[in-house]
Design a binder for this molecule. Structure first.
Ligand SMILES: [Zn+2]
Length: 785
């Protein structure tokens, strides 16, 4: 029993029996837990659709047939398998009666960083003609993969969703508008294919709207996570057309403030309207060898396809004009139920919720349930609870990552069993908050604490509604309902605890549904290490739930915090004890081979902290970490190295095609070639400040709007992918005539065969880390010209 009772508290809870208290305490926990599970469980893809579905419908089983042909091996730009995938897509499009074309060109990305990325890309473009076309609907996915991944989800899912969509469109009634199918190339290297389409393709001017399909993981629902600005009209059509819409305007508010990019970035920069879709579950498989048909969740593919087909049919029968109007607010209250309203309603709704809250507080004063001191105490109390919970969960994440076996080698630091930890962190938050409120309740009444906690929602809803209106629904609706509940409790002077329980449970439900879903989505997007960040919305939610939380403290106030703590510890222990690697969840590993053609010396190297049971056959256990300037002259990190047999690999060549000096300007044209047909070359040109202009295959290495090529102080660094066998021309316009120093590293995918060496094959619980240089063979050479 609560030791100290204020006058209000006595009034708040009269006429009760011990038995009823226990029932209500259990009910309070049950209602919240069930609602939270219901909300989280609702965020899932639709069921897969079998191959015998009607021909005008999208079937994930039919798309999977394509995927089994596409996601066989890694197919980055320049790999032999890349050509196999390109030809497969071309063949399948032709089989549908379309006439696909390849747009082959060099494309440059000079805006991402101080090094420039370029590639010989081969976009695949096809058009399904409309009956009365004005502006086309364009579907986009990229068919290149990361070099360490067969790319079943990223982005084989997008490619096959488009192939199956094209088939279903051809089987159905002709649309009014043209449909353009764009399979971009070189997305993984820097959105290069999309850039080439926007800059050079004649169909670009016909595009009215773009739908882009992506994946960052191998399962989960496909979110519509990005729109073009002014999405009001777009969202009305989306809401009407998408059969299983999962989207919220909070996601877009966050995404547009992050530096993340997909091909959509390029289309939006070019002024096109559009929607962007991705699924992000099982992130450990992203860009890894495990992003395979074996691990993809077919339902995620069905989800992507359901959007592609339904939206193409919808927009393909509209007259597409510029549809920009104010951004909409949209969200899933539960499952695939979809709410969408104009942004113009954000401020009126905010004002309404503020008025209802203010009214409830005034009523509380009038009926002597609330005091000013009590509300201020309640306001500060939630802050203290939040800070305490963030601190403790932050410590818990440190502890868990220290105890989780092999944590440093888990892909992206996200263990396959991270749900256990995240639920553990959330229960720990509950334990901390519930324990602190046991003490706070000795200082003031439950209703003061509740009104004070709700004051945070009141104060936060103003800046959020003004600055990030897409996120406003998360605060406005729960505040509105919770305030109504509080007002009802004051109005009827709820002397019966059963009545006030019913009111609280009903009015707090919107908050539980929306916030549980948001915490789950935050976890999917930011992963386990964001545990301490997830605590903030969790504490906000608990602050909202104080009227219900109070019921759990009535029979035995320490039961809830103790039980939450115990379960939290149990789940964390389960996480630690099920850590480890197997063939479905392998560990990361880095190893590559490099030959310096200037010195004839070769190395095995890795940026792992130390060799493991497999890489120790290349690099000795006591290898000292150090730099590797021959291969990575600008790297700021260190490598462990071991001596390697120097293989007779021919070095890259630089041939001077022309060299002219006019006044102070030297124009030099160089042919860069790999004698061993390496698909990638990295070119370091010393003296970055001397370079006035630079061109690869005729394309300027200058970011849009700049007049100087992208360099750091000392070097121009260019990564060129898809290097043709007969080389590529680099043209430099220099401000001085002093000798030019160039280093060329060419790179092949895979480790070399060493004659006579008998290396063990890699165990199945290990895989190359998804960085460009693991499992690669480099040959480097310097030139002075
Ligand atoms: Zn991708």
């Amino acid at each position: 029993m609560v030791a100290v009772r204020t006058l209000e508290a006595v009034e708040w809870e009269t006429e009760k029996t011990a038995g009823r208290e226990v029932v209500l305490a259990l009910l309070a926990v049950l209602v919240v837990a069930l609602a939270a599970c219901f909300a989280v469980n609702g965020v899932r893809p639709p069921q897969a659709v079998a191959a015998d579905a009607p021909v005008d419908q999208f079937s994930s089983a039919r798309a999977m047939t394509h995927l089994r042909n596409i996601a066989v091996k890694p197919h980055p730009v320049g790999a032999a398998e890349h050509g196999v995938v390109r030809d497969y897509i071309l063949r399948e499009l032709s089989a549908l009666g379309l006439t696909p074309k390849v747009q082959a060109t060099t494309s440059v990305n000079a805006w991402w960083s101080t090094s420039v990325r370029a590639a010989k890309v081969q976009n695949i473009v096809a058009k399904i003609p409309g009956a009365a076309p004005s502006k086309a609907v364009m579907l986009v996915s990229h068919y290149d993969s990361a070099p360490t991944s067969p790319g079943a989800s990223d982005d084989g899912s997008g490619v096959t969703a488009m192939l199956e969509t094209a088939r279903a469109l051809k089987a159905g009634a002709q649309l009014k508008q043209d449909v353009i199918l764009l399979f971009t190339d070189g997305e993984e290297l820097g959105l290069l294919g999309a850039k080439a389409f926007v800059d050079e393709h004649p169909l670009m001017k016909e595009v009215g709207i773009v739908f882009n399909f992506e994946a960052r993981g191998s399962g989960g629902p496909a979110f519509m996570f990005e729109t073009s600005e002014g999405n009001g009209g777009l969202m009305r059509e989306f809401a009407a057309a998408a059969p299983h819409p999962i989207a919220n305007s909070l996601g877009y508010e966050i995404y547009k403030r992050l530096p993340n990019d997909t091909d959509m970035t390029i289309f939006k920069k070019a002024g096109l309207a559009g929607l962007n879709f991705a699924y992000i579950g099982d992130v450990g498989r992203y860009h890894n060898v495990t992003d395979s048909t074996e691990h993809i969740d077919e339902r995620s593919l069905q989800h992507q396809g359901s959007y592609a087909l339904a939206l193409t049919r919808r927009f393909g029968n509209l007259t597409l004009s510029d549809v920009r109007e104010n951004n909409a607010v949209f969200f899933n209250p539960v499952g695939a139920l979809f709410v969408n309203y104009p942004g113009a309603l954000v401020l009126p709704l905010m004002i309404l919720s503020l008025l209802v809250y203010t009214g409830a507080v005034v009523l509380g004063f009038k009926k002597q349930f609330l005091t000013a001191r009590g509300i201020v105490f309640g306001f500060v109390a939630l802050l203290i609870a939040g800070l305490a919970a963030v601190g403790i969960v932050w410590l818990a994440t440190r502890l868990v990552t220290a105890l989780h076996s092999g944590y440093d080698f888990v892909p992206y630091g996200e263990p396959h069993n991270s749900e256990l930890y995240v639920v553990s962190f959330l229960l720990l938050t509950l334990a901390v908050v519930a324990a602190l409120y046991n003490w706070f309740r000795t200082k003031t009444s439950d209703l003061n604490l509740a009104a004070g906690g709700l004051l945070w929602w009141f104060l936060l809803s103003v800046p959020v509604s003004l600055l990030a209106p897409g996120a406003s629904y998360l605060l406005t609706w729960p505040l509105l309902f919770a305030s109504l509940g509080l007002a009802a409790i004051f109005a009827i002077r709820a002397r019966q605890s059963v009545k006030s329980f019913a009111i609280a449970a009903l009015c707090l439900l919107p908050g539980v549904l929306l916030f549980s879903q948001m915490i789950y989505l935050f976890y999917l997007a930011m992963m386990m290490t964001a545990g301490a960040v997830l605590v903030v919305p969790a504490v906000m939610l608990l602050g909202l739930l104080l009227p219900l939380l109070a019921f759990t403290a009535k029979p035995r106030r320490w039961v809830l915090p103790a039980a939450a703590l115990l379960v939290a510890l149990g789940l964390a222990a389960a996480g630690v004890s099920t850590a480890g690697f197997d063939r479905n969840n392998p560990r990361n590993q880095n190893i590559f081979y490099g030959l310096n053609a200037d010195t004839g010396a070769a190395v095995w190297a890795s940026d792992d902290p130390s060799p493991d049971e497999w890489t120790s056959q290349f690099i000795s256990a006591n290898a000292e970490p150090g730099s590797l300037p021959d291969f990575f002259p600008l790297a700021t990190w260190s490598f462990i190295k071991g001596e390697a047999v120097a293989l007779p690999l021919p070095a890259p060549t630089v041939e001077v095609l022309g060299d002219e000096l006019q006044a102070e300007t030297r124009t030099i044209r160089l042919l860069i070639r790999s004698q061993r047909k390496a698909p990638v070359a990295t070119i370091y040109v010393e003296g970055g400040d001397d370079i006035a202009r630079a061109y690869i295959d005729g394309k300027s290495l200058t970011a849009d709007g700049d007049d100087k090529p992208q360099t750091d102080e000392d070097h121009l660094v260019l990564h060129y992918h898809g290097l043709p066998e007969d080389g590529v021309e680099l043209k430099l316009v220099l401000k001085s005539s002093r000798p030019l120093k160039i280093r060329v590293n060419d790179r092949t995918f895979g480790l070399p065969e060493i004659p006579g060496a008998n290396f063990k094959p890699r165990p199945d619980y290990m895989m190359p880390v998804s960085l460009p240089y693991s499992d690669a063979t480099f040959v480097t050479k310097t030139f002075s010209l």
